[in-house]
Design a protein. Sequence first.
Length: 263
Amino acid sequence: MSKMLAIVALLTMGQAAPNPHLPTKTYDTVAPVLPENLNRAVLIVSKTNGWRHLEHIPHSNVVLADIARGLDRKSYVTENAAVFNDDQLRHFSVVVLNSASGDFMTPDQSAALERFVARGGGIVALHAAGDNSHTGPWYTKTIIGTKFIGHPGGPDQFQPARIVVDQPRHPVMAGVKLPWSPVDEWYSFDANPAAAGMTVLARIDEASYRPGAKLMMGAHPVVWINPTTKGRVVYSALGHSPESYDDPNYHRMLTNAIRWAAQ
């Protein structure tokens, strides 16, 4: 009997093991201590209250900090959303939301980020920063402009697809070499964000991969900006895997986006 109970206990423990992709939601209340001499710096935030992209966050945070260094800007990497306060945000020119998922800010923190953009601060939001785990009205309207509905699954989750650049003269797309068919997890949305006033910079050629009937969009955006805000806002749905951030085209586009949004 004792042996049977031990087996049951082990099975129960195994079933109760937390999923590292779904961490417990937390809200930060104590702001971090920033390094000295941060001025017009790049804030890189990968706070996760939704699906956590364990695959790429550690590597992409390093790559993004390296990009900031190459732009002669200091950076600060954190998962503490309490950094979104007026005093600390004044040290930064641009916030990179690196697959920051879920409603990861308190109402006060969201309001501070809204004020940051209103006075000219830039946002570069990547991959899961645009998924459907975000529900705040300002965030969804200003940063996403549409609603994520899914991506292919099973053996089709990661496929090469051809990127079509609609705005080749825009600074974010400068130097991107075509043809470009990266392997990624391709997000679909319920509507083209152009209908909400966004400007689509690049889209996916749906004939070049298998989205599945329910995820087809026709004009299928993948990178866009919000031209209606004082601060410059960029969203890119690319970037599920760590290898994405070493792709020369994507690395160039991220560098362009941070430079442009920080101006």
